[in-house]
Every structure is written in C-alpha cells, then in structure tokens.
Design a protein around this ligand. Structure first.
Ligand code: ZN
Length: 306
C-alpha cells in the first residue's frame, strides 16, 4: 500500500504561448517544466492528450503516485464537460474532450477550469490570499482576467460559467472591443494599453526589456511618463471600483506583468477609488506573491472543487 507521503498532484497552466506543468507533494513543489504550446499543436488532435500525459508522467519521481490532474486554461471553459472553448488563442486544445481523454490515459481525476480561476486558487492556498473570506484577483496581461473566490469557492454565473469581467464598459473610450461591446475595461487598463502608450512615449525602449527601476527613473525625469502611469491607474480603478462595489472583497490581488509597476500607478488607482465616507468600501490591494507560477499551483486544487 502507498503512503500519503508518496502521493502527488499535477497542475497545468495551459496558455496560448506556454504550457507549465507542475507536480506537488506533501512538502510542496516536486518538479516543474514549461513547454511551448506550439509543440502540442504540431501533432494530431488525437495525440495531444497523450503527449500532455507523457510530460506529466515524466515529471513524477519513481515510487510516487499521481492522484489528480487539474488544468487552468486561457479563455472560456465548460467546467462540466471539461472542454476548452477558446478558438482565439488556444484552438489546438479546444472543442474536444481533453479532460475525458486524460482521465482515461492517466486513470485519475481530471478537471479543467479557466486560468484566472486557477491563479486565484493558487494565491488563496499558497500565496498572498491565504485566509481571505472573499478574494478578488485581477490579472493585467494581454487582456484583463478577473476571478473571485468566496470562502475558496469560485464565483460563477447562473449557467456555471466564469464571468469575463475584463469586458465591463468603463467611461473614457467608445471604441468597439472584439467582444462586441464598446469601451471595455481591458481596452484601457490591460498591460497591452500601458505597453503601447509607453512605447509611443519612449520609442527607443522596448517595454519587455525594462524593469520597475527604469520606469521609476523615467517617472522622476519626465512628467509625461508620470502622467501616463497616473492615467493607467485611473483607468484601472474605473473598472475595479465596479467590482469592489458589487462583490465587496476583503482583499484584491493584482497580478500579471503590469502589476510590477503598481508603485507607479498606485496614486492614479487610489484616486479612482476614492469616495465619501458613507460609501467607503474595502480597498485593500496587494501584488501577487506567486507571480507566474500561481496558475499551475492553483490548478492542482481544481479537481477538489468538483
Ligand atoms: Zn470587450
């Protein structure tokens, strides 16, 4: 018989660019790897689950036994059927029974959820969100990902979907979003917006090659860079205040690559959240503790939700 110290869980963060697989045991992370998602798209659809299972197994040390696999996938996911429905950025893992196939191959419980849900579960169980009763997480990347946990359980719509709260209209931009609405929050407050506008101001400095220190210096030297970060904070706050008002979380975690610059847009953000005392809400905001690894770590917990 196998002792509980040899039991391991697998988590996968399935993104359009990278696929991170992590194995955890009683003492924490045992093994992990990040692969290019394109590697899976090159093989036939009926081989993709097998290839994923192969990589999972390869990370499990001899003598240890897998008990479950959880997957956080970008875009819409049918959590009941375990089918990903992301034709835009994860097409090669979409529209087939990935969870059922993996269950069959690995012989363990397999569950799939949205990657924002996986990340908030990661912070709740292992990171900055421990002991939060109602935890909101906002991820600032190509778009804006939002997830909410109530006592550790993900908030879902009445038809069991993950609400795409990056697509709530805010004032300031009437342009049409790819989702069909006008002036979506993520059009003005994603990392993409910040990056485009910073690169327009500083054409010689590619955004992904700079760090917080670089922009800290630029903010003190150039007023228009300071003003840009301030405006970004304002836009971020306009959508965030809607979520804080509706859901009243006790903690909000900011993650994603733009969250590294929180000290530079904090004042702009707080300005948008300010209100009269009688309407005051909990504005406690902290940066992510786990960073990129939150999604894969949180994915290990997904099978326990169902
Ligand atoms: Zn939209």
């Amino acid at each position: 018989m196998t002792g509980s110290s040899t039991l391991v869980r697998a988590g996968i963060d399935l993104g359009g660019t990278g696929t991170r697989i992590i194995i955890t045991g009683k003492g924490g992370v045992i093994n992990s790897i990040t692969l290019a998602t394109a590697e899976f798209c090159r093989v036939d659809q009926n081989e993709r689950a097998k290839l994923l299972a192969f990589h999972v197994r390869a990370l499990i040390p001899q003598g240890m036994e897998l008990v479950s696999l959880g997957i956080g996938a970008s875009g819409p996911v049918d959590t009941v059927s375990g089918i990903i429905k992301n034709k835009d950025t994860l097409e090669c893992f979409s529209f087939f029974s990935l969870a059922d196939e993996l269950k069959e191959i690995l012989g363990v419980d397999v569950a799939i959820d949205n990657d924002a849900v996986a990340a908030v579960l990661g912070e709740y169980h292992f990171g900055a969100g421990k002991n939060s009763k109602r935890l909101l997480m906002v991820t600032l990347g190509t778009g804006i990902g939002v997830a909410l946990l109530n006592e550790g359980i993900p908030f879902r719509t009445s038809d069991n979907q993950h609400p795409e709260a990056g697509h709530i209209p805010i004032s300031g931009n009437p342009a049409i979003c790819y989702c069909g609405l006008r002036g979506c929050w993520e059009m003005l407050a994603s990392r993409s917006w910040l990056q485009q506008n910073l690169e327009a101001l500083l054409p010689q400095t590619p955004f992904e090659k700079q760090d917080l220190r670089f922009y800290q210096t630029m903010v003190t030297e150039r007023e228009e860079v300071a003003a840009l970060f301030h405006r970004y904070g304002n836009y971020l706050g306009r959508g965030l205040v809607t979520l804080l008002t509706l859901y009243g979380p006790d903690l909000t975690i900011l993650s994603g690559s733009a969250a590294h610059y929180y000290p530079l847009f904090k004042n702009g953000l707080n300005e948008s959240l300010m209100r009269a005392d009688a309407y005051a809400i909990n504005n406690r905001i902290v940066p992510s503790e786990l960073g990129d690894i939150a999604g894969a770590l949180g994915a290990t917990v997904i099978p326990e939700l169902n």
